[in-house]
Design a protein around this ligand. Structure first.
Ligand code: NAP
Ligand code: MG
Length: 395
């Protein structure tokens, strides 16, 4: 069989620990035998970040900006213990944070739906993708504790407002956001909805927050009207603004199949709730999309350190490679669409189907067996071999 050809390279960002091991297995067993893989390789594993004093991360971000599509393995965000373990001269920032700032992007999380698994909300037959605004609000808030008799004021230029005149002890908080950041967020969200062919919801509390939240609502509406309304009409999808409480109620009664854009705190909370309802962290995908449509695909989970320690001790583990596999298929499909390589996009689909067929056939990793309440538990290598069998039958 001739291998499928690619024209533009994908930016490949390698990572750490258990996910680095699964990364190599997925490439060797499921990609390279079938595709003439073209990638521009950046090693974001912690030893390589140390050896380049983290310059490799910025190089990878620039490559994504240049080539448009990337795929990233999970990476260690160093803490004090890792500093000792890897003999680091300093604590490097999270590579995901660096990529997100460099590309001004938004993270979208969506679940992989398994055949035979019912989400905790049984009407959710399609995935729900959550977009969390990653700037400002309470995460960049300025807080203080006030005492009786003190008055907290908000001052800007010549304008001054009383927040509260305290009769007894209490607390106060001031938050900010910028039009630039909200606009970039809105563009990434519209781009994501178009890419997925799904409606976009944006929700906040503009009835109560008539300056702050209302600004988000107005910017989303303006960006939609000026830049995306035509494309949405052509794609047969809709943009919906609604109050956050209404959105929560609608979401619970929906069948899924939409992208939900949320402010920073709302997104923090709702993404964990939606993720838990769909099942397992190992089955969550994460996509970084810039306002200009640059896209990086990733698994939402980390480097699975607990399993890695067991591997180091010589044990075999049943770690789930699904989200890594789907990160690769996401990137291949996107590259296929951008370069008009139908066979590449079709291969991505067949590989995803093969993985779901392997699960249907009952050879699964431990987390999936637990989720489905059935199946024969195999180790990571065994599961990947089962996917390859299905793929070879399908090709
Ligand atoms: P984690 O790697 O996501 O793992 C947490 C637990 O979730 C695992 O111990 C395992 O539970 C389960 N799990 C996650 N992925 C799984 C998979 N593919 N298959 C089976 N089970 C899976 O989070 P962590 O242990 O908190 O973080 C480890 C390292 O990852 C840290 O150094 C952190 O900085 C980094 N991290 C990176 C990213 C990223 O690059 N995007 C994201 C998060 C964390 P059981 O042990 O119970 O089986
Ligand atoms: Mg959270």
């Amino acid at each position: 069989m001739d291998k499928i050809k690619m024209t533009t390279p994908i930016v490949e960002m390698d990572g750490d620990e258990m996910t680095r091991l699964m990364w190599a297995m997925v490439k060797r067993e499921l990609l390279e035998p079938f595709v003439e893989l073209k990638t521009e390789y950046y090693d974001l594993g912690l030893p390589s970040r140390r050896d380049t004093d983290d310059a490799v991360t910025m190089e990878a971000a620039r490559a994504v900006d240049r080539l448009g599509v990337g795929v990233k393995c999970a990476t260690i965000t160093p803490n004090a213990q890792r500093k000792v373990e890897y003999d680091l001269p300093r604590l490097y920032p999270s590579p995901n944070g660096t990529l997100r700032s460099a590309l001004d992007g938004t993270i979208f999380r969506s679940p992989i739906l398994l055949p035979g698994a019912t989400p905790l909300v049984p009407t959710w037959t399609k995935p729900i993708t959550v977009a969390r605004h990653g700037y400002g609000d309470v995460y960049k808030g300025v807080e203080l504790a006030a005492d009786a008799g003190q008055t907290v004021r908000l001052v800007s230029g010549t304008e001054e407002k009383t927040v509260f005149a305290f009769q007894g002890p209490g607390v106060a908080l001031a938050m900010h956001n910028t039009d630039r950041s909200i606009e970039a967020f809105a563009r990434s969200c519209f781009a994501c909805a178009l890419d997925r062919g799904e409606d976009l919801w944006f929700s906040c509390k503009d009835t109560i927050s008539q300056t702050y939240d209302a600004r988000f609502r107005d910017i989303f509406q303006r960006v939609y009207d000026q830049e995306y309304a035509d494309a949405f009409r052509k794609a047969g999808i809709q943009y919906l603004y609604t109050l956050i409480d209404d959105a929560v109620a609608r979401c619970m009664r929906s069948s899924g199949g939409f992208v939900w854009a949320l402010k920073n705190y709302d997104g923090d909370v709702m993404s964990d709730m939606i993720g838990a309802a769909f099942g397992s962290l190992a089955l969550m995908k994460s996509v970084l999309i810039s306002p200009t449509g640059r896209t990086v695909y990733e698994a939402a989970h980390g480097t699975v350190t607990r399993h890695w320690r067991r591997r180091q001790a010589g044990e075999r583990t049943s770690t789930d490679p699904m989200a890594i596999l789907f990160a690769w298929t996401g990137a291949l499909r996107k590259r296929g669409r951008l370069d008009a390589l139908e066979d590449l996009a079709a291969f991505a689909q067949k590989l995803e189907d093969a993985a779901l067929d392997a699960i249907r056939a009952g050879m699964v990793t431990g987390d999936i067996a637990q989720l489905l309440g059935r199946g024969t538990v195999t180790d990571t290598d065994g599961f990947i071999a089962a996917v390859r069998d299905q793929l070879e039958q399908a090709l």
